[in-house]
Design a protein around this ligand. Sequence first.
Ligand SMILES: Cc1cc2nc3c(=O)[nH]c(=O)nc-3n(C[C@H](O)[C@H](O)[C@H](O)COP(=O)(O)O)c2cc1C
Length: 204
Amino acid sequence: MATNVLIAFYSRNGSTEALAKAIAEGAEAGGAEVRLRRARELVGADVIGSVPGWKDSMDRQNALYAAPTPEDAEWADAIVFGSPTRFGIVSSELKAYIDSLGGLWFGGKLFNKAGAAFGATASAHGGAESTLLGLFAAMSHLGLVIVPNGYGDPITFQGGTPYGSHTAVDGQYVKTPADADLAVAKYQGARVAKVAAVLKPLRG
Ligand SMILES: Cc1cc2nc3c(=O)[nH]c(=O)nc-3n(C[C@H](O)[C@H](O)[C@H](O)COP(=O)(O)O)c2cc1C
């Protein structure tokens, strides 16, 4: 049976989305089945319309990716959370999805699934690590077995972080993450799927 990988992300400008796609590629290359899901905006059309490019990017992505649901998390053997950094922490859009998992948490339904994190900032030291580590805290509460990137592949010395994939690219101005960041994301997808497969028997 295939390993199921849920990649639940929020992205406004496309940087986090690009990493999500690379993580999916890495997981699928190893035979995993992937659901790519984009958390939805929490603000109204007036706010979205006041930021150049936001609506177009939102419409484009929403046509490609369904919104994540608790059922997706229940289906998954691995849950990979991705978010742009917002003032050093996770975006409210992804956080709202994580908060929707309360029922599954209460029922112990996510315990011993694999968990991993990735994200994007505009600047190299703009809070990538605090964002990823913040996601680790939520994963601990959910009982996920946290799978960091570590330095298990030479590419990890060139991009990302030891905690998870990351790119310091602001999609509004520079559209594409560095090749090394995308390669790290592929590595992450492959790694988390492999670990998730090993964890399956723990859940009976
Ligand atoms: C409200 C807000 C807060 C942000 N806070 C930070 C921050 O703390 N550090 C940083 O480097 N970038 C920050 N950014 C920039 C985004 O994290 C950055 O543009 C990211 O690459 C966007 O990812 P996306 O292309 O997937 O939307 C912020 C952006 C917004 C709108």
